[in-house]
Design a protein around this ligand. Sequence first.
Ligand code: PGA
Length: 255
Amino acid sequence: MRKKIVAGNWKMNKTFEEAEDLVYEIADGIESMSLDDTEIIVCPPYVFLELTSDAVNDKKLKIGAQNVHHERSGSYTGEVSAAMLQSMDIKYVIVGHSERRKYFHESGEMLFQKVRIAREHELTPIFCCGEQLEDRKSGKHFDVVKAQLEETVFRLDEEHFARVIIAYEPVWAIGTGETASPEQAQEMHACIRDLIGKAYTDQTAADTTILYGGSCNPGNAASLFNNPDVDGGLIGGASLKSADFLEIIKHRLNT
Ligand code: PGA
């Protein structure tokens, strides 16, 4: 049985006090909810991982990192390794976000190294894929996403792939207020599940959690989550306000 997940990506936002307030508001907000098979994760900036991990100790909320370096250790000033995250008991890490691909020039090969090293350290990658607007306009969106998966996560053994969460995030919908329609999301998620079935097995495809990300908010979450292949969301802007994030979680629990 695959899990439903709502994950928040705080990106480069919040100060120490703001992060503390937000994580407590979310952790306390979900405490009384009956989550069943739904997992709630927040991914704060690295510098707040310890603060937020301490805050959620013994609570239902889980903490993930926004990135991990593609080498195991060494002279990479300013970077953070998978072993460091593992040693802090972090279980999730976002890999392949379009902002990292664009601003930090992360290539397919580098992203493969990241997911491989993450899995070596018991981290669950939340692997992002998604097309640019030009790709969609020219009808290449399925091919682009297929290539992104083939050059990265599909190179993992089935045992490791089975621990990967996929996040479909059309680049044109990230932070733009423009969301993929429920039909566009379902169509791409079904395509991704089909590709997983071909790369591995139907069982693995059925068990893989596929999240939608890109301007998901309390107003559109229910219609997105109400699709058979949309298992939840990776939420950026709307995860920065506890009321909005909790509202989105409620939509996941009720659809
Ligand atoms: P957004 O970001 O919800 O602000 O569009 C989503 C993401 O980048 O993961």
